[in-house]
Design a binder for this molecule. Structure first.
Ligand code: AMP
Length: 536
């Protein structure tokens, strides 16, 4: 059967995130039938990753504890949507073609590349439908058969399980036998600078790490033949469980340098989740997860979860509860999740103490041009980003408006979507970003709206969306915004409306100039006047 990832989830009234998530078992008859018929022959051949007893408690973790020593390595170049809801009866998708394509950051079906809505229970891989699950299991079966044929000796033996043994990094005899000056020479040639006490020697080959076969295979498959300099030094230090501060150029292989020790640690750790990778951006998180999945492919129970903003929260929360080993997160989304339900990570409970003022993020004020637009946009923002959002407009009572304003100033809302009601006069000192989602109908209004940021000499930013509805203001906008040093989009600067307005303004200026009586044009004006009088 499938493990659907984005099922509706239930939250108990106690709000405790740990106990709040319950999977709804689907019993779609078609699903069962298809599953049965397609899985039957495959099941017999696919090795089930049986859940082993908790062999490695955190006390018996095969990795030495970090010991508080820091090794510094440099490589120098030469929803809120969690609501009480009724179980969704949405059936598991049978065919790949009925599944949508994945949004950036969403899991991708390993077979067809569409949205990987489900997790295959046999392999932990992402699949989009029953059809692709069956295909995926067939591919796995074929792969296994091929490897049995190419290595018959191995076929008769028990399938290798990397969890059969614990893992302790030991310097490879080849590295041990090198002279100290050979090591120094190597580091110098590769630009490896190391600070810290008793930092272990670099490896020269991935084989020197004695990784499980599957991992060695994945490295080769990803084209990693030899480690890069940052990997040579960081991997053995990381495998020893020491803290590392590392710096190296972009593209030098830093991701795998930290991922490989993380994978090895997580592999032998029974607690879930066992690793947290924090990255500043969603794009980076997506990239890291992709690389992690490549390297973890075929390793048992190595699920990952991506906790990033800009995507619905419930599927991420749901996946987080599925015994994932590695979390890859951006700080904002992680904080939102921890606020709702503290996360236990390798025995360490991460809790946000309270709505600490230090964590206060300045709210975003969004202006739209109608009440319905404010309500709809606020709802959409909350649904899609999980940010706490509210709308304010003239249809809300005075008390409601007062409470919203209070909440805005006290940081209760991350986004406030407003019609013109908040556009003037108020000193919203906590607002640092204004978004004119709809460009106001006059420049006067616009100036007031963007003026809600940067109060009391503070810096602020305004983002304004314009389209043809505000074309009559193009030249005025350009004139107003250009002196602030902001970069204006070429679509605006090249717009024929803008040029037309500019030309008309220049003509008008010229006309005004002509109408002015000066010493230079005085005689001309008198002559013109005389001429028209005599004609009369
Ligand atoms: P990174 O600096 O981690 O962003 O890695 C840059 C690129 O190098 C990525 O596409 C990696 O997949 C690739 N890469 C990382 N380590 C190796 C290696 N040892 N051999 C070949 N390619 C690698």
């Amino acid at each position: 059967m499938f493990v659907p990832r984005s099922l509706k989830i239930k939250r108990h009234a106690n709000g405790d995130g740990k106990s709040c998530v319950a999977k709804i078992i689907k019993s779609d008859p078609e699903d069962l039938q298809l599953d049965k018929s397609r899985d039957a022959p495959v099941d017999a051949l696919v090795t089930e990753a049986a859940t082993p007893p908790d062999r490695h408690s955190s006390e018996s973790c095969p990795f030495p504890s970090p010991g508080g020593q820091l090794a510094e390595v440099h490589s120098v170049s030469p929803e809120q949507g969690v609501k009480d809801s009724h179980p969704s009866e949405e059936p598991v998708k049978s065919f790949s073609k009925t599944q949508r394509w994945a949004e950036p950051g969403e899991p991708v079906c390993v077979v067809c590349g569409r949205y990987g809505e489900y997790i295959c229970d046999k392999t932990d891989e992402d699949v989009c439908s029953l059809e692709c699950k069956a295909k995926h299991l067939l591919q796995v079966k074929e792969k296994e058969e091929k490897s049995k044929l190419s290595n018959p000796q191995k076929a008769n033996s028990e399938p290798e399980s990397p969890l059969n043994a614990s893992y302790v990094y030991k310097e490879h005899p080849f590295i041990l036998n090198l002279q100290e000056d050979q090591i120094e020479n190597l580091k110098q040639q590769l630009g490896i600078l190391v600070q810290g006490q008793e930092v272990t020697r670099p490896i020269i080959d991935f084989e020197h790490c004695s990784f499980p076969e599957v991992l060695n295979h994945n490295l080769k498959k990803s084209g990693y033949e030899v480690p890069t300099p940052i990997q040579m030094q960081m991997i053995p230090v990381g495998l020893l469980g020491r803290d590392i501060l590392a710096s190296a150029d972009t593209g030098s292989g830093k991701t795998a340098a930290f991922l490989l020790p993380v994978i090895m640690r997580a592999l032998f750790e029974s607690k879930t989740p066992s690793a947290l990778i924090l990255t500043p951006t969603r794009e980076l998180a997506i990239q890291i997860e992709r690389q992690a999945k490549e390297l973890m492919s075929g390793l048992p129970r190595m699920k990952t979860v991506l906790l990033v903003g800009g995507l619905p929260l419930p599927p991420q929360l749901y996946r987080l509860q599925q015994q994932v080993k590695v979390i890859i997160a951006t700080p904002g989304r992680l904080l939102d999740i921890i606020k709702q339900s503290s996360v236990e990570l390798c025995g360490i409970k991460i809790v946000v103490v309270d709505e600490d003022k230090k964590l206060f993020k300045p709210p975003v004020l969004v202006f739209v041009d109608c009440k319905l637009g404010a309500d709809l946009l606020s709802e959409a923002v909350q649904k899609i980003t999980g940010l706490k959002s509210i709308s304010i407009h003239s249809e809300k009572s005075q008390i409601e408006r007062k409470n919203i304003l209070k909440g805005l100033l006290e940081g209760d809302y991350e986004v406030v979507v407003s019609t013109g009601v908040l556009g003037r006069g108020l000193d919203l000192i906590s607002v640092r970003l204004v978004v004119n989602f709809d460009m106001p109908s006059s420049m006067d209004e616009y100036v007031h709206q963007v003026g809600r940021v940067g109060r009391l000499g503070q810096n602020g930013t305004a983002i304004t969306f314009i389209n043809n509805n505000s074309k009559r203001l193009f030249w005025d906008i350009a004139k107003r915004v250009k002196p602030t040093g902001s970069i204006l989009p070429p679509q605006l600067l090249n717009s024929p409306y803008l040029h037309d307005q500019k030309r008309k303004e220049q003509q008008k200026d010229k006309q005004t100039q002509n109408d002015l009586v000066t010493g230079a044009n005085l005689m001309d004006i008198i002559r013109k006047h005389d001429k028209s009088n005599s004609q009369k």
